[in-house]
Design a protein around this ligand. Structure first.
Ligand SMILES: [Zn+2]
Length: 342
């Protein structure tokens, strides 16, 4: 079986490899297809973990000096991951600050502007005061917004606040906004405001089609435009209130634009390549949590968070992506889940 290791950890520097060679790794994953999503999109065969962090990635020869008697070695090629059971048992699950962190306020911070395309002056002022308060505390802010036609309401407020206090470093974001237009995305880029992109269209595509028409739906959401403009895009699902948490279903929808009912609505112009979809789900989302240096790619120094997948996301037909499962999940170098062997 072709195993594939993906995603998690974060930060690479070549000198770290040399500096860390003196101490053996706790765990080494070998003979996998390890998709690092580093800047060069490197795919490697070996990844070494110590104290919950990635200490080396690369070819086996480079990493073999890190393997000592006590190092657990998990093999990715062959019938099974021979050691994954041992790995899971030896490394009890643990949660730390990097697992759950309060980073700001959001979703609905002022009722007057919640799902309201034409809020009055008092509601806009209230939103402004809340945003101002968030800057005074250095807090992230995530605002629920549905329609592009009224996105100017919130962006006007953001721009007003930004004139007093630059917000770009606070990771402020708009969530949903499935019909975000290019002018809106450009304003977001200028402000440094991110876009929390979700797969609502997977469930609601048919009703969006009735409202907007087939021609418009071909270009929604404007995923490639957002990436081209340079907006921070983080992918997710809005679980659990609205959708399943399942990232693979959302990734399939990003790549084939098909609703749960099977209607293919999005055209090629706004359909991302697989790597970009994966990057939105990992590095893209890490930005929203001030965690780009900690997670989002498998590089030296980043957290050893990764999954061994049942199928190779980059190679299977798009329609099979939604069925991908974790065979094993490693968090902070610790095995926390082991799925059914197949
Ligand atoms: Zn919402």
């Amino acid at each position: 079986m072709n195993r594939m290791f993906v995603l998690g950890g974060v930060f690479a520097c070549a000198s770290a490899l040399a500096a860390s060679s003196a101490q053996p790794a706790d765990t080494v994953l070998v003979h996998g297809r390890i998709v690092t999503l580093d800047a060069k999109s490197t795919v490697v065969e070996v990844l070494a973990i110590r104290d919950g962090r990635i200490v080396a990635v690369g070819a086996f020869a480079k990493v073999k000096s890190l393997i000592a008697k006590e190092t657990r070695v998990a093999q990715g090629r062959g019938k099974e991951l021979e050691d994954d059971k041992t790995l899971t048992q030896l490394l009890p699950m643990g949660f730390g600050d990097s697992m759950l962190r309060f980073s700001g306020i959001g979703e609905n911070v002022a009722w007057g502007v919640y799902n309201n395309d034409d809020p009055g002056e008092a509601s806009r002022e209230q939103l402004y005061r809340i945003c101002q308060w968030a800057t005074s505390r250095g807090l992230a802010l995530n605002i629920h917004w549905h329609n592009d036609k009224s996105a100017g309401v919130v962006l006007d407020v953001f721009e007003r606040v930004n004139r007093e206090y630059p917000i770009a470093k606070l990771c402020w974001t708009l969530a949903h906004l499935e019909d975000a237009s290019e002018p809106t995305l450009k304003r977001m880029k200028t402000l440094g405001v991110g876009w929390a992109l979700q797969d609502a269209g997977y469930f609601e595509g048919e009703s969006q089609l009735k409202e907007k028409g087939a021609e418009a739906m071909k270009r929604l959401p404007r995923i490639n435009s957002a990436l081209y403009i340079g907006v921070h895009v983080g992918a997710g699902t809005d679980a659990h209130r609205v959708a399943s948490y399942n990232p693979w279903v959302a990734l399939r929808w990003m790549l084939d634009g098909k609703t749960v009912g099977g209607a293919a609505l999005r055209g090629p112009e706004e359909t991302p390549i697989r790597e970009n979809a994966q990057r939105m789900y990992t590095q893209g989302s890490a930005w929203f949590a001030f965690a780009e240096k900690e997670r989002g790619s498998l590089e030296v120094g980043k957290l050893a968070d990764l999954a061994v997948l049942s199928k190779d996301y980059f190679k299977v037909p798009a329609e099979e992506i939604g069925e991908i499962e974790a065979v094993m999940t490693v968090v902070g170098g610790r095995g926390v889940y082991e799925g059914v062997k197949r």
